[in-house]
Write a protein that binds this ligand. Structure first.
Ligand SMILES: Nc1ncnc2c1ncn2[C@@H]1O[C@H](COP(=O)(O)OP(=O)(O)OP(=O)(O)O)[C@@H](O)[C@H]1O
Ligand SMILES: [Mg+2]
Length: 529
């Protein structure tokens, strides 16, 4: 088709001949698997190349799917693929289809062996899509390459006339990448990744990717998250600043990442906040289940496989790792040592120790920018119900840059939820609810549940009555269970004293954190009350 077009446009026969020669070479490269070629290939393709060299003024640029020893997917390849997806739909007979953001739409790209023509400022260029079998690699390379190491190696090759060299290399290709990025944004389906247990990474000799994913479609946004409007505005501004901070991070020599610590009792909206952050930034989420990660090396591999524009989440960090008490430097160093010596990838047939050996030092290393050096634009979020249990080293500034307390529902948060769930700005029961919320602690999750209509007959009146009832019950329970609670607190006292903190829901640590934050002046406190 390309040849026909060239003839029609009246280009000289030398160009046509050269294109034939180039296409001939390409065809033969693609037919490598045929036995027939083994006989002719060596002679004919050499002649074709010689012919091309004599008359061929064409140059080519190859853009492969993987770069850097196949550990990292090439951004350029993805961008070219996205750019060509538009062009592909026009002139290509065989297309590959993938899902797009809009559930009914498909993103089309060229199948292997297809070719598409493009024109830029009077220069005509040709793109070809190819793939070849991966060479047999050793176990370690296959491990680090993951599933990708077993896949065919895809690449695009761009052909253009020598006289268009600088136009193509300096202007056209950067433009293609830029337009490709725009198409990617348009079609991007955000994903929620979860890590596969490391014992399944190497399954009967087949190296799997460390992550599996589903499409991320969480409806929570900052518009439906109940919290102090000033704090919400600040968090959004912080996220916006991060997203557009590429040059800033480069200038100050920091890895382009930011750590958030979300702490507070269960049901106060920590997970909801992560979803809102992902929706606000349009990022993917990588949810790391640390108990399924067996060594520090595995943790590094997981991190290397994350892509930029992502939020890496470790929920309930205090439950995932034994981080209580002082930092056991020696134990951590020993673990690290073991990890370096023998904790690496498990080969097929080897027995896997299933207990997690991820250490605090491994985790610190992970968030310290050492591994984030392999790519930018990543946010790391830890959540915990017990901030007092976390090692100070883990949450110090530079690691967890921003500490956000998510607390029980206050009157402002209640009014916000009433507006969101019931579409009411005021109601005679508001004052009663406000008073009760001052006396008992109820999480936004419980308030939201009470405000959710349970039948078609339910309206603001019945829902608010339900909430008042629930709050009164909680108040009674608190009054009758007060003595018991005091006893329990006394029992907990020794441990709390050991830690040098007051007992209870970690208020001591929270207060400490607040004081420190006041001193440093940099933190967010989501005081919903
Ligand atoms: N501040 C809030 N604003 C709006 N909805 C909230 C808020 N907090 C909680 N919710 C709602 O309550 C439910 C539970 O909240 P979420 O899972 O975010 O709590 P969590 O703090 O992550 O709890 P856990 O510590 O148990 O993981 C969600 O459906 C969420 O939409
Ligand atoms: Mg949660």
């Amino acid at each position: 088709m390309a040849i026909e077009a060239m003839m029609l446009s009246g280009l000289n026969s030398g160009v046509v001949l050269s294109l034939i020669a180039v296409l001939w070479t390409v065809v033969w490269q693609n037919l490598q698997h045929l036995q027939l070629q083994q006989f002719f290939a060596r002679h004919l393709s050499r002649h074709a190349r010689r012919l091309a060299a004599m008359v061929d003024p064409y140059l080519s640029v190859t853009i492969s799917e993987y770069e850097g020893g196949r550990m990292k997917r090439s951004d350029a390849y993805e961008e070219v693929k996205a750019y060509l997806s538009d062009a592909s739909a026009r002139g290509v007979r065989h297309l590959r289809a993938e899902g797009a953001k809009d559930a009914d739409k498909l993103v089309l790209s060229m199948s292997d062996g297809e070719e598409v023509e493009d024109e830029f400022q009077g220069a005509r260029v040709f793109w070809g899509a190819f793939s070849k079998q991966p060479p047999r690699s050793d176990g370690a390379a296959a491990f680090w390459g993951g599933a990708a190491a077993q896949e065919e190696r895809r690449f695009f090759r761009l052909y253009f006339l020598e006289r268009h060299r600088s136009l193509v290399l300096d202007t056209y290709l950067p433009r293609v990448r830029q337009l490709g990025r725009d198409v990617m944004v348009k079609n991007r389906q955000r994903k929620l990744f979860t890590n596969i247990s490391t014992s399944q990474w190497s399954d009967g000799g087949y190296m799997r990717s460390a992550w599996s994913h589903v499409v991320f479609e969480h409806p929570k946004t900052f518009d439906t998250l109940a919290m102090d409007p000033v704090q919400k505005k600040r968090i959004k501004a912080d996220l916006d600043m991060f997203k557009s901070g590429k040059d800033y991070y480069k200038r100050v020599g920091k890895a382009w990442k930011r750590g958030y610590l979300l702490y507070g009792p269960p049901g106060t909206g920590k997970s909801a906040m992560i979803a809102a952050m992902a929706n606000h930034l349009d990022y993917d989420i990588y949810d790391i289940e640390l108990t399924s990660v067996h060594t520090n090396t595995d943790l590094r591999k997981l991190f290397i496989e994350t892509t930029s524009k992502s939020i890496i989440v470790i929920e309930d960090i205090d439950c995932s790792l034994d981080l209580t008490g002082a930092r056991e430097k020696k134990a951590a160093a020993e673990e690290d040592d073991k990890d370096k010596k023998g904790g690496g990838p498990v080969r097929p047939g080897e027995k896997k120790d299933t207990s997690s050996k991820v250490t605090l030092s491994g985790l610190l290393n992970f968030i310290d920018g050492l591994w984030s050096a392999c790519g930018g634009e990543r946010i790391i979020v830890f959540t915990t119900n017990h901030v007092e249990k976390l090692d100070p080293a883990l949450i110090r500034r530079g690691r967890m840059d921003k500490h956000i307390e998510m607390s029980y529902c206050g009157f402002e948060a209640f009014k916000f939820l009433a507006k969101t769930y019931l579409d009411v700005d005021s109601h005679p029961l508001f004052d009663t609810v406000g008073e009760l919320l001052r006396e008992v602690q109820m999480t936004p999750a419980d308030v939201a549940e009470n405000l959710t209509p349970k039948s078609l007959d339910d309206g603001p009146d019945s829902c608010l009555e339900d909430l008042v009832k629930a709050l009164e019950e909680a108040k009674e329970k608190k009054a009758s269970g007060g003595d018991e609670q005091d006893k329990q607190d006394e029992e907990e006292q020794p441990h709390a004293q050991e830690l040098g903190r007051r007992p209870g829901h970690g208020e001591g640590a929270v207060e400490e954190a607040k004081e420190k934050e006041k001193a440093s002046g940099g933190d967010e406190q989501n005081q919903q009350r």
